[in-house]
Design a protein around this ligand. Sequence first.
Ligand code: PEP
Ligand code: MG
Length: 593
Amino acid sequence: MQGKEISVRGIAVSPGIAIGRAYVQQPREILAPNFLVAREKVEEEIERLHRGLERTRERIRESRSRLAGKIGEDHAAIFDAHLLILEDTKAIEDTEELIRTQLICAEFAFNRVIGRIIESFDTIGDSYLRERRADVEDVRRRVLHSMSGEAATTYGGISEESILVAEDLTPSDTVMLDRRFVLGVATDLGGRTSHAAILARSYGIPAVVGLEQLTEHVRHADEIIIDGNAGVVVVRPGEKTRSSYEEARQRFIELEESMLTLKDYPAITLDGRKIELSANVKRPQDAELALSKGAKGVGLYRTEWFFLTRDDLPGEEEQVRQYAEIVEAIAPEPVIFRALDIGGDKFASYLGAGKSELNPFLGWRGIRFLLTRRDILRTQLRAFLRASARGKVKIMFPMITGLEEVRASSGLLEEVKMELRGEERDFDEGVEVGIMIETPSAVAIADLLARETDFFSIGSNDLIQYTLAVDRSNARISYLYEPMHPSILRLIRNTVEAGHAHDIWVGMCGEIAGDPLYSVLLVGLGLDEISISAYMIPEVKRIIRGITYDEAKTLARKAMGLSTADEIRTLVASVMHERFPELVAADAREGVP
Ligand code: PEP
Ligand code: MG
């Protein structure tokens, strides 16, 4: 409806609030020309295909080097993925074959082959890989542009401050965004791990994705608000809404600025309880961001990322290089390497676990996978230990349900140590070995597990899914995925008590640990360490530094006395609002003003 304020909820992927005029990007679907080729001209047509591909490669290389200077090697590397797709000999051979047998023009044949690849991405279970579909789409568009002689321009039109609204953003679109003009981003499609999301975060541009049909409700130059904290977009806001968001925006900016001043301070409560506040990472390059946000070490290195973004097993030397790089960058603080947690929704066809099972989350996953593929575990343990000579390393095993798994993995670790001693290789003999507490079974026997491990890290993402019997990736039942369920609070408290009774430290590395709304409660439940996305560190640190441990314990005690998730959430939100009225993210959770 014309002029009416509407608000749409999506997925918050990059925090902050932006207010401005919409720049609606129309989908730039390019139609591939479709003409027939005379039989005697087939070889010429194939040559034309190769010239088109080569021209595209040149343009990509040019964009790459231009951007590497502007935004750094790391992000420019997105174009390497594009170049790799263009090197796909199978796709090129299939295109040639189509030209030869069907006598169709190069663009049409290429479009058909790449279209099949794109379709096959839609059936992939793994969300990271599925989102790489955008890279292939991007390459398709570029090749078709190159062959039709047109330049694949992106967002040249944005020359004044705007909020970019699009159906979806390809990785190279996002890389091309001019930060001077793009105040915020809102897209119909996309998920948390899409490149658009990752890059928007790294640019500090507030962004909300997964807004479904937003583009249908927004017209060019409409006023629009992006709330990247709560995942809300307001189109054509009324006076009252705009002014409350303006205030929220101002508070957010002040909060961010004030929080960065805490970077070099410890996460310590007003009465002296110290919490190790560390970062969750997935590749060595993440160290820089973690340190810039004031992380005290790495509390969870998800090693599977490296395995999922390739199609063969990485060897020992390759792994040592990866692990040593981050260990050196983070030293003298520790890096906790989690052994490969493959299976569940993390599926790589060359490893076999996951996808084909009826219940992959209850299947061949984590430690179960590793103990049947000891070759993989052995190589990884050797690499962890060898990296330990370069700084401070801790090792953690995922998906533990029983003591046998702990003994079997620690036994293998001892064997590997013997081997390394025999080879006279250096490693830290005192490497701490811990486990993820992410199954209800592990909590139930936490006292037994604590006797044979050096630390616990609660994986709340899985602990919630296994306790409440709610598939964490099933959107249809996501309303049942409830971190504040009394059962979850009890499991956290039981784990902490069992760990402390046996003098080991207890941390948490699941997503709820990074939600500022829950910080006081989690401190009150007695956690010693909290490991979260680097971006959330300043806010969580500020909260920890603004409370007493006594206050936090009182909140936890009251919460533990309540019977339903609703009651607990209401209590926690009211305490947080009272104590941290300036807490923008928590405010925004209340919904659109
Ligand atoms: C968890 O389960 O909370 C966790 C941190 O591990 P992942 O999200 O990788 O399963
Ligand atoms: Mg887990």
